[in-house]
Write a protein that binds this ligand. Sequence first.
Ligand code: T3D
Length: 263
Amino acid sequence: MTDAFILSEQSASVLTLTLNRPDVLNAFNLKMARALQEQFERAGRDDSIRAVLLTGAGRGFCAGQDLAETDVTNPNEMPDLGRTVAEQYNPLVAGIRALPKPVVCAVNGVAAGAGANLALACDIVVASNKASFIQPFARIGLVPDTGGSFFLPRLVGPARATALMMLGDKLPADRAAEWGLIWKAFEPAELMTQAMAMAQDLATQPTTAFALTKQLLNATWSNTLDEQLALELDMQRSAGGTHDFREGVLAFLEKRPAQFTGR
Ligand code: T3D
């Protein structure tokens, strides 16, 4: 299916979503954000979708908020950016984290501002080795949003996160992989093949176990060890009741590949 700002295509059990405003490096406006939110909601509802692959059209992944659509001409009537965050970005991050299916993000080019932080909200992030990650907020008098102030320090540590946020330097994808910000960087020509192979593989794995793993990973940032151990117990109990657990054990004992259904 094609709509104005998000391209969506399902192949087997993988839903590929492509940010599609290439003339402005896929910068976000309200329509694009809403369309992306709707696609993630659809991915949650549709049992035939077992993994999502997110990428960008053209040479960029996403340059963050569309600054040309932000009207700052009248100093007495400045836009309410809290509203933008509430309407566009917070629902996207919450939607990706709550989606009971893995989301792979293939960062095909520059990822800046809300675009960089949207990528970090995904489960597995891969990038072209020509891509880069930028926190440009302070350069325009803003603060990191789209979960950046949450994910970035947890992924790379406070020293690196603070410098990235205050200096606004471009972090090349290779360095981002070395620092643990993303999983891997690939040659540009290999990126989509590798990302799609990863998404296709994830889509044939035990989807319910991934959903439970996401719950564990979401909770680990704030839980104590005791709380996390208790949650692991609950999640493992749930995983142990799935068809996929039974199939996984039988396949191991019978020395054959498992046929997971996601249930
Ligand atoms: O409502 C709110 O604002 C609150 C929410 C805020 C969330 C945020 O994301 S704030 C951060 C906003 N983003 C930025 O500040 C990044 C701005 N862009 C850049 O710094 C650079 O474009 C890049 C470093 C990302 C890439 O540089 P480069 O040299 O590869 O490309 P370019 O020539 O700058 O951009 C190509 C075109 O895209 C260009 O248009 P043109 O000249 O070809 O007609 C440029 O104006 C346009 N573009 C790039 N980023 C944006 C944009 N247009 C609108 N908004 C953008 N964010």
